[in-house]
Design a binder for this molecule. Sequence first.
Ligand SMILES: *Cc1c(COP(=O)(O)O)cnc(C)c1O
Length: 365
Amino acid sequence: MIPFLDLNQINQPYLQAIEEATLRVLRSGWYILGKELAEFETAFAKYCDAAYCVGVANGLDAITLILKAYDFQEGSEIIVPANTYIASVLPVNYLHLVPVLVEPDHNTMLLDPARIEESITSRTKAILTVDLYGRSCEMNEIRRLANQYNLKVITDAAQAHGAVFKGQKVGSIADATAFSFYPTKNLGALGDAGAVTTGDGALAERIQYLRNYGSKERYKNDFQGVNSRLDEIQAAILRVKLPFLEADNQVRRGIAKRYLAEIKLPGLTLPPADRIDEDAWHLFVVRHPDRNSLTTHLEQCGVQTNIHYPLPIHKQRAFAHLNDLSYPITEAIHEQVVSLPLNPVLQDEAVSHIIHSVNAFEHSK
Ligand SMILES: *Cc1c(COP(=O)(O)O)cnc(C)c1O
């Protein structure tokens, strides 16, 4: 069986360096908010071409702390994509803000700039873009709207470390960008971790306070913060892996290139191929009207797939108050998507086998 993702294999090349880094932290006697985090923050800011990086406990907190730092009035509306992972939207509700779901572009499956304006009201405060599957949203259009209506642009880039939009690195485009270093992401820790990047020094400082009980100086609290710190061991591990992120993304792009050129199955929709060398290819998401038979067929061929995601946010029980809403493009996407294995340790023969297996689908019926 070709696994969808094998974390043991992903981390294999770094084992010795990770052991050394972990031992260094163990022996330092300093485990929270120390040198390792400061070094990682500097390195990740540089990688993203961002002025500031603030490490936090996870990706969900990164989004939450950005929204909290902007201090939007309760009841303010935040434009969010209807097609995303639930973690993009949970922080909005958690802070008593109102998520306004907007349908994606049919082709990219990302927030459609052409549908944003009709959802903007006098209460709208921000557009939260999600670079889902590793591809940047159409940021020129979104920035133009944000300027016109005086809105903040916040990006959930949990799936898009290293992605580029028109020459600009994700992490340096939005007013503030949230990253996750959950183990399966393009840059993954061996536990939970996340970060915010921004060019806004005041915002970065506020998040430094908020992640640590609202305090920068011991026992002096300027804000009502939370505990959301990126610990020294995870920071040390991320420092080991960051220098290889760019090469890993190049391997991902190579695999995406082969899939896009060689997968030929009538009825199957491939992801957009216009920015192969700029997208970070966290996931390779294809669509098929008979998705469930396709996944069964691939399973029989020894190919493990995944579905990102089976149920849209507005149909989740956790968002019962949205259950009656209708987002047909989003709903169709959730019924048809299937993610093929794509990761930096996937061998050429495995890629060939996956392509062959997908192309053989009609014949098997
Ligand atoms: C993984 C992910 C998150 C959440 O990150 P965590 O570190 O697990 O909290 C948020 N948004 C998207 C799009 C994600 O893929």
